[in-house]
Design a protein around this ligand. Structure first.
Ligand code: PGA
Length: 253
């Protein structure tokens, strides 16, 4: 089966790279961008510290940048936080919302995720809503139920501020950073559920659904040939020039 186009290849650099490493990788991506076909939509989520320099390195390319995280209030006494309008002003197109590490390491709730989603939309920052079940929930047969709670909490009665398209990333917690990727056919089934649930809540909006969790050059094509998988959100393998370029190449050769 052919790869479904356009393809969204999103790189979540997490806290893997320092400033210098980030700029170096962005420069390599700027060089590689010249060869990429236009159906590849690439976005980089660097650390807040490196964002502006990464944006400069990617000037005159088609590679977008995004925020890994932000606070839902626009401005004020919130030490250590960065707001959605600040990211927007710094040139971000996208923002991750509700990433598993935010939910499980930093105890962010579905309500926090909802607030961030609203703050991003109000700023015309395109959110990528991340959802996914833990291993415990999976073993208890609760995967679909958990996704439903996360999706309903985020999207029910959401004011979409004229947005025509919404991104959702299915990232099973047990597959993130573990090397145990979700089997592509199983991911496809979960994407179908997400499409139905989110599509029912926001019938007028086009959904773009990404898979994330131990995506590597060896398995990326298997995800992208699934009907309801429109792209991937990659962590570890996106933070090294060799592995990320291999992932890009799998999408056009
Ligand atoms: P991983 O992370 O590719 O390192 O599993 C994915 C993610 O957290 O977005």
């Amino acid at each position: 089966m052919a790869i479904v186009k356009p393809i969204y290849l999103f790189a979540n650099w997490k806290m893997y790279l320092n400033f210098q490493e980030s700029v170096k990788l962005a420069q390599a991506l700027a060089r590689a961008d010249k060869k990429l076909p236009r159906y590849i939509e690439q976005a980089i989520f660097p650390s807040a510290l490196a964002l502006s320099a990464v944006k400069t390195a990617l000037k005159n390319t088609r590679v977008a940048v995004g925020a890994q995280n932000f606070y839902w209030v626009d401005k004020g006494g919130y030490t250590g936080e960065v707001s959605a309008p600040m990211y927007k002003r710094a040139g971000c197109k996208y923002a991750l919302v509700g990433h598993s590490e935010r939910r499980h390491v930093f105890n962010e709730t579905n309500q926090d995720t909802r607030r961030k989603l609203e703050a991003a939309l109000a700023e015309n920052l395109t959110p990528i809503l991340c959802v996914g079940e833990t291993q415990k929930e999976r073993m208890a047969g609760k995967s679909v139920e958990v996704l439903e709670i996360q999706i309903r909490g985020a999207l029910q009665d959401l004011k979409t501020n004229g947005t025509k398209q919404l991104f959702i990333a299915y990232e099973p917690v047990w597959a993130i950073g573990t090397g145990h990727a979700c089997e592509p056919h199983h991911a496809e089934e979960m994407h179908e559920h997400i499409q139905k649930m989110a599509g029912g809540l926001l019938p007028k909006i086009k959904l773009v659904i990404l898979y994330g969790g131990s995506v590597r050059p060896e398995n990326v094509a298997e995800y992208l040939t699934q009907k309801n998988i429109h792209g991937v959100l990659v962590g570890h393998a996106s933070a090294g020039v060799g592995s990320w370029l291999k992932i890009l190449k799998k999408c056009y050769v």
